[in-house]
Design a protein around this ligand. Structure first.
Ligand code: GCB
Length: 603
């Protein structure tokens, strides 16, 4: 059985890796009915050049490119290293948002729908070792009611312009926002590894399962190596358990990673292929209202984030990644949610290495016609054949499969969030979500599952929450309702939280709360949009949280200001960041730092 997403490419004694990031030639397809085939020839001289990784939208100073709806093409020449004649080799895109096609010379070799997960083309038969080929990647940014996330394309009558609208509150950045790789593996190679960890007293257990492609006579051997480089356990066979005596656990804030080195060896014990997987040993459980990591209650502090920076859009950037983690550390945050899509794999690896806890979310955001864009006056039902329907659900299942396939081995990932703010109070929600919750549990029975619940689906009206393990709530009392009235907001918030607490004896995490705040805007009265209001509003929420027994965490919306679609509700994007888009702290950051640093040190 083919794994959905193959192991992140790696350079080992048996594998080679060539990074294809840099400037690529770039062109737009001129329209939806464009019949030209840009991949069949080199792009003309004088073509635009676009950096990879980056979203293309904000790179050029051109509304036509920024607002483009449809295909764009990236192209470059690539050499296959001359030593690869006996190998199998692939082009891998870490993502193409939202629909990608990989062409080698004139030939389409891979196609993938879903904007935030990797896919690859086996190019072995189509590009010769030691020779050059033309690599073209087509990327389409269209969203319909049957994609995840959903959207709608309308044609403006007066100009004929196609316009993309959507229900989610972040800009529809598109293009090649993550790395592109050319990599080789031996014909017989390790295709997938699944690890599940556990403990027995002081002993750590790594249960592993290895999938081998083009299986021959080779045997699988496993060594587990600690951070000092000592082998602490071995095993053989494609499936088994490695026991580690006096195990060092992966802990929030104190990561410890073993390297699980999986090899295929031939009959004379020669290594055919080898792959090294960073593995943290830890357990997760939900018990009553406690979220337990290594059997100790864990209280989430941190943010819902976005992959978003100026100019790059959603382009992965190492400097921003490291800086964001530094700021999480500075402010005393121990966790974040990958709102509202899977983040670059490098981010997950970094979280593993630095002990930051992650709630990992699918791109299923905006499945709610009562919110924002899609309905625009013609308010209709969310769960309906001409709206979010069976095909959307099929795409949603695929998004869940790909998220878990890619991220199942990350110690940092402690929970799956399969959607953000769906219309869980509308008829049809249960029919839609019941199979998705079941699928998620089938794919991974070791992690709790959740979704981020919208404020309009209260403890009285929500129809699906019993299908999940943790109540993740997004609430905006004091902002979207009781605007600027914190006393009234405090009463409403407490009533709502107590309602959830009574209904389910389980952890509650406030996965969103926050207020739009313009840096530098001040108000002696603490009125909305000012830095004082953000500070006061967060403090009010914290008072309420501290009065409840079931609270298991608080994630402020948002880590940083971020870009959204154009609209009268947003000023150059959403300003609920605790940091500005260029990562300067707003006033509220200092209050959070004091609270979270204290929470962490007082356990
Ligand atoms: C939400 C959404 C988030 C928005 C936020 C807001 O509930 O989950 O994507 O950005 O509200 O600021 O309105």
């Amino acid at each position: 059985e083919q794994p959905l997403i193959k192991l992140k490419p790696q350079r080992t004694s048996s594998r080679e890796l060539v990074n294809l990031d840099g400037l690529w030639k770039f062109t737009l397809a001129s329209g939806a009915n464009d019949t030209t085939q840009p991949w069949t020839a080199p792009f003309p001289r004088g073509a635009l050049e676009c950096p990879v990784p980056a979203s293309y939208n904000d790179i050029f100073v051109d509304r036509e490119i920024r607002d483009h709806v449809g295909w764009v093409y990236y192209q470059r020449d690539v050499f296959v290293p001359k030593g690869w004649s006996k190998e199998q080799y692939f082009v891998r895109a870490e993502c193409a948002t939202h629909h990608g096609r990989i062409y080698v010379n004139d030939r389409l070799l891979a196609e993938h729908v879903g904007g935030y997960t990797p896919f690859e083309a086996d190019i072995t038969e189509f590009a010769t070792a030691g020779e050059k080929f033309r690599l073209t990647i087509g990327v389409n940014n269209e969203l319909t009611h049957e994609t995840i996330p959903p959207g709608k394309i309308t044609v403006t009558e007066s100009t004929g312009k196609r316009v993309q609208t959507y229900n989610h509150d972040f800009y529809n950045y598109a293009g090649l926002a993550r790395s592109i790789w050319l990599y080789s593996v031996p014909r017989q190679h390790i295709q997938d590894i699944t690890v599940v960890t556990d403990t027995e007293g002081e002993t750590g257990l790594i249960n592993y399962n290895i999938k081998v492609a083009n299986k021959g006579t080779g045997k699988v051997k496993i060594s587990v190596i600690d951070e000092d480089g000592s082998v602490v356990g071995t095993a053989s066979g494609a499936e088994g358990t490695v026991k580690i005596k006096s195990v060092k656990l992966w802990q929030p804030g104190a990561a410890y990673l073993y390297q699980l080195e999986a090899s295929i060896v031939d009959s004379s014990d020669k290594v055919v292929d080898t792959y090294s997987l960073a593995t943290g040993v830890r357990t997760i459980k939900v018990s009553g209202s406690k979220f337990l990591i290594n059997d100790k209650p864990f209280y989430f502090t941190g943010f819902g984030k976005h992959e978003d920076t100026a100019v790059r859009g959603k382009g992965h950037d190492q400097a921003y990644m490291v800086h964001d983690f530094e700021l999480l550390n500075w402010i005393g945050a121990n966790s974040f949610r990958t709102s509202h899509y899977p983040y670059a794999e490098e981010v997950m690896d970094f979280a593993d290495r630095h002990g930051i806890v992650v709630i990992d979310e699918t791109p299923a955001v905006g499945l709610n016609l009562a919110l924002m864009g899609l309905s625009k006056g013609t308010a209709t039902k969310t769960w309906a054949p001409d709206s979010i329907n069976n095909n959307t659900q099929t795409a949603h299942k695929q998004a869940i499969r790909e998220l878990i396939s890619r991220d199942k081995n990350h110690a940092s990932v402690v929970m799956w969030s399969i959607a953000n703010e769906p219309a869980s109070n509308e008829d049809g929600a249960r029919e839609y979500f019941e199979p998705l919750a079941r699928l998620t549990r089938e794919l991974d029975s070791t992690r709790p599952i959740t979704f981020a619940n919208v404020g309009t689906a209260t403890y009285k009206t929500d129809l699906i929450s019993d299908l999940f393990d943790v109540s993740c709530l997004n609430r905006y009392f004091g902002w979207y309702t009781e605007t600027g009235q914190l006393a009234e907001a405090e009463i409403a918030l407490e009533e709502e939280l107590r309602g959830w607490e009574k209904k389910f004896n389980r952890p509650i995490i406030m996965t969103e709360y926050g207020a739009d705040t313009i840096t530098g805007l001040h108000s002696a009265l603490g009125l909305p949009w000012s830095e004082e209001f953000q500070t006061d509003m967060l403090a009010m929420y914290h008072r309420v949280f501290d009065r409840l027994d079931s609270m298991a965490g608080e994630h402020v919306w948002n880590f940083a200001d971020f870009q959204t679609s154009l609209g009268t509700m947003r000023v150059d994007g959403n300003r609920k960041g605790v940091f500005t888009r260029d990562r300067k702290p707003k006033m509220a950051a200092h209050g959070l730092k004091a609270r979270w640093t204290n929470l962490t040190t007082s356990g």
